[in-house]
Design a protein around this ligand. Sequence first.
Ligand code: PRX
Length: 627
Amino acid sequence: MDAFTQMYRHSIEEPDAFWAKQALCVDWQVPFTRVRNIDIGPDIVSIKWFADGTLNACHNCVDRHVDARGDQVAILWEGDEPGLAERITYRELHGAVCRLANGLRSLGIGKGDRVAIYLPMIPEAAISMLACARLGAVHSVVFGGFSAEALAGRIRDCGARVVVTANEGVRGGRTIPLKHNMDKALESCPFVEKCIVVGRTASQVDWVEGRDIRYLDLVDTMNAECEPEWMNAEDPLFILYTSGSTGKPKGVLHTTGGYLVACALSHRHVFDYRDGDIFWCTADVGWVTGHSYIVYGPLANGATTVMFEGIPTWPTPSRFWEICDRHGVTIFYTAPTAIRALMREGDEHVMRIDRSSLRILGSVGEPINPEAWRWYFEVVGEGRCPVIDTWWQTETGTIMIAPVPGVTPLKPGSAALPFFGVEPVLVDDAGRVLEGVAEGLLCLRDAGPGIMRTIHGDPARFIETYFRRFPGLYFTGDGCRRDEDGFYWITGRIDDVINVSGHRLGTAEIEGALVAHQAVAEAAVVGYPDAVKGQGIHAFVTLKAGEGETEALRQELRDFVRRQIGAIAQPDVIQWATALPKTRSGKIMRRILRKLAEGKVEELGDVSTLVDPGVVAALADVARARK
Ligand code: PRX
């Protein structure tokens, strides 16, 4: 612990010296001479790391390992169907990435061009990301669970010239019509020149001649060598969309050098990664966790990274542990929602499979309740594997707060202590910094080199969202408590962002989808606690005059939201409301709606500022009846 504390202090007190040394964990083509250049003012935020260095992320994740470990497995893919697996060595990965990079280049893709990737969890997803990185093209991966509408919005926002998809995805024994969704999305994206289609299944799909290209046809004739484009450290690596409390999803932009250093360093230390480990992060590459801890972190460290196409409960709730056993997984990283779902299925599904290869267990995406933590630790890890609860965000790029295995004492439910270079600050509503034991809003004074640089196409929103409220600090949107040992306990979002099964959604987005339906006059969405998903989605909906409050319409609205955003955003509860509770200034009182959704009718508090307190009484009657 002393050595860790000393190293942490060094990272905060002498960041230039600390990071200049740590940044050598990646290969630089032209070494940097400057480390940090950060300017956080009221109207301008400029974050630059290693700004005069050049490197290539793909070279660092692939090429540099070929000599030393060319025959080691880089990507260990397990298909949805049990037993279906593929092992891709670093040498093979190099060939596959170069061929696709040459293919993309033949389509005119180069430095700075955007490429949207809408793929299932197949090796081609990682290969596509790396091929973009090799060319200096900016990838934007869109989670395969998003609808055509949501996909189109992201493709339009990032202005992709080329998109990559698959004919179908396969998950939990079911197929997902990815190409069909892409076709629909591209109807409103005429600027997309080419659509590359991976044949995941044998199914035929509609084909647009001249636009669509089979992945295999593209790469088949390509050379397996491709010179990487040497990028400036601050050149963009990717854009990844995430939900905020208002408006449309934000294109979080990450750059090359700092992000890659942060990925490699955090992957090594937080998971105590060592040569020979089999590292499995169960996230989807469509989320930041997949970017940083399936692709960039593990591959930068020359690890074997597991990629799983399926779901934890198919065909049986033993699936995760079977994969661990079959492939000798040593480090396993998943989300509390999966842990809770499996816990509910019973210990026997875990116990019947050998888990002796496991060494470290990680958790990410939402607060892990102590009960799930203990089950994970005692049942899954047999009491011998530390549970590493990691707190971070799409925006921070890499892990910010986490225990270090074998070093930090563990407290179930706490993400423990800040990682190197990370300086958390708790503030109250008025922006006063809170010292010692305290509970407040979590900000970061420093977040290390991996933090986002801007919102693609909207630098003003970047400042407004993260830096305006508390000058000089990055505001995370989370509430947090610091205990007597200086350990951090994340209490959840304090804005209108909800976390459903580890998926981040803006309530405004779901409301937007609901009011787009012709029957809906107004809608308000709140989260409520759910034992497995963390939060469920409760929508209060006011219909237009003359529309009937029917079960059929309820179902139609659910389907409507699924088509607009995706299945993850479908409301669990739709409650009809003749009106929504509003203040005299017209603001919806979400505090009251949250209590109603939780069924805490007795705790509604002061409703006297409402225009019409009768509105609440009517909604409360329904809540009472539901209880
Ligand atoms: O509220 C926090 C929660 O997830 C949010 C970030 O979501 P996203 O950008 O989708 O990234 C998720 C994966 C990094 C945070 O603002 N969150 C994430 N990890 C934890 C967490 N809440 C509590 N404990 C965590 N370990």
